[in-house]
Design a protein around this ligand. Structure first.
Ligand SMILES: [Zn+2]
Length: 486
């Protein structure tokens, strides 16, 4: 037996990111242009221009993390044509629920504006009926995403391996992947062909909105698929879209008369689907951002109960009224929350798109982690990477400060929702373990549990959040396998 010592260090149950997109995130991060920090349209265009000049003529520029706040009104691709005539440019918004594409992309993909989708996805058209280049939600986005240039499988696997390693270096020992699209299985298998994953991955394939039994069976057939450190366990649903795009489902519309409809137009089909998976022993994770969506999921969970394998969970829960807080504990649903969406995509002065759309009352009820904990809910924290910040130390610090940890001058958003260091750490250890059900033997350091550990230089529970975020990770241990970083 090897004995590894870490004198003076603090050894914690391994951090688990309860909501991430490791495969498409890795591919996007490696081949796409990261627009994070581009706060004006000029800055976006400058970065796109630099990328275009570095590429052979005619190649796509695919970007991500586009801040919708750079547009004066509804985003559109016309600006890309003016700046870069004829260039194929496709930029994903920072909530990953929309694309802004240039006219060349519209042409290449044969988009007419007359497309009909199964769900509430939409190709936005102008007064002339022609597409503006703004594509909302997955089925519309897929018209373009399916044509993105794809790296060969071994290159894709190398990208994924590199990003999983970066997670591990930040102290993450497990990820709940909230999708299992291509090439997830191929990439994970390819990595395990020559070595071990640096962390565990538990994936929930997407059940498309308004789908029927055939799609449900396909997602069911994937259950139990696994490698040494990854498995498919769970089904992901998108009951609504995002507040930034106007596609979240709130009880009352926003100031643009949007954000008032579910993505599943056939709500009874959603209810039957959750029942179908429950009866087959599969826990579900439903994306529900708006108050009406959250209410609906909780009602359905209350009706159908939970499979033995693990509880159903609700992803995002961005703004809910008081009467829904206690419902989580009542029906036993896990609240899966992403603190950096609050701290990095909205502003305390409510000048951001999310807050402007929803208005002060619903903004005040944003990301109620404190209130949910006080109401007895199990809260699992995650990053939503690549949409949110990868580093769990940053996610936890932001949750304590309610502002970006590295920017002391930024005022806090909903400061009454601050949580303690201990609560934040439970949210990335025990919370995700509870969300994954009894089969996920992590979340505690105890006999019978996996030896998944995060080794930190100093005890984070005794540090201010700012120092927690830079507390060195000395090692990450997965299944007893020590991955040293220093
Ligand atoms: Zn997500």
């Amino acid at each position: 037996m090897d004995v590894v010592e870490f004198p003076g260090a603090t050894i914690l149950p391994g951090f688990v990111d309860a909501h991430a997109h490791p495969v498409w995130g890795a591919l996007e991060a490696e081949s796409g242009l990261d627009l994070e920090g581009a706060a004006t349209l000029d800055q976006v265009c400058r970065r796109v221009g630099e990328r275009l000049r570095a590429l052979p003529p005619g190649e796509w520029v695919t970007g991500f993390n586009l801040d919708v706040n750079v547009f004066d009104g509804e985003p559109a691709g016309g600006i890309l044509e003016r700046e870069f005539p004829g260039a194929p440019v496709s930029l994903m918004t920072n909530d990953a629920h929309a694309l802004v594409v240039s006219p060349r992309v519209v042409e290449w993909c044969g988009i007419t504006g007359r497309e009909v989708f199964d769900d509430a996805s939409r190709v936005v058209v102008g007064a002339d009926g022609a597409p503006t280049g703004y594509l909302l939600e997955l089925q519309a986005m897929d018209l373009v995403l399916e044509r993105y240039p794809q790296p060969p499988p071994h290159v894709a696997a190398a990208h994924v391996a590199r990003h999983l390693r970066l997670f591990a270096e930040a102290g993450v020992t497990g990820l709940h992947a909230m999708d299992f699209g291509d090439p997830s299985a191929a990439a994970l298998r390819e990595i395990e062909r020559t070595g071990d994953l640096p962390l565990r991955v538990r994936a929930a394939p997407l059940v498309p909105a308004d789908s029927g039994m055939d799609a449900w069976r396909r997602a069911l057939d994937l259950q139990g698929l696994h490698g040494r450190r990854w498995e498919v366990a769970g089904a992901k649903f998108m009951l609504d879209g995002t507040a930034d795009n106007g596609s979240a489902w709130f009880q009352h519309p926003d100031c643009l008369d949007e954000n008032a409809h579910p993505l599943w137009r056939d709500l009874d089909a959603y209810r039957r689907a959750v029942r179908f998976f429950t009866e087959h022993g599969v826990p579900t994770a439903t994306h529900a951002i708006g108050d009406h969506a959250v209410r609906f999921v909780l009602d359905v969970i209350g009706e159908v109960g939970h499979p033995e394998r693990g509880p159903h969970r609700v992803e995002h829960v961005e703004s809910v009224p008081d009467d829904l807080l206690g419902r989580f504990a009542e029906v036993g649903a896990v609240a899966s929350m992403q603190p950096t969406h609050a701290t990095r995509m909205t502003r305390a002065d409510q000048s951001d798109n999310w807050s402007r759309r929803l208005g002060p009352e619903r903004t005040a009820r944003g990301w109620r982690i404190r209130d949910l904990l006080d109401a007895g809910a199990t809260v699992a924290l995650g990053s939503d990477w690549p949409i949110g910040h990868r580093d769990p130390r940053v996610t936890m610090a932001d949750a304590q400060l309610r502002r970006p940890v590295e920017r002391a001058s930024v005022p806090a958003v909903q400061p009454d929702q601050r949580i303690s260091a201990r609560e934040a750490h439970l949210g990335m250890t025990r919370g995700p373990a509870a969300a994954a059900g009894p089969g996920w033997a992590s979340g505690r350091v105890a006999p019978g549990r996996h030896a998944d550990l995060t080794v930190l230089a100093r005890n984070p529970l005794r540090l201010p959040p700012e120092e927690q975020a830079t507390n060195p990770v000395l090692a990450t241990v997965v299944a007893g396998d020590v991955i040293h970083h220093t």
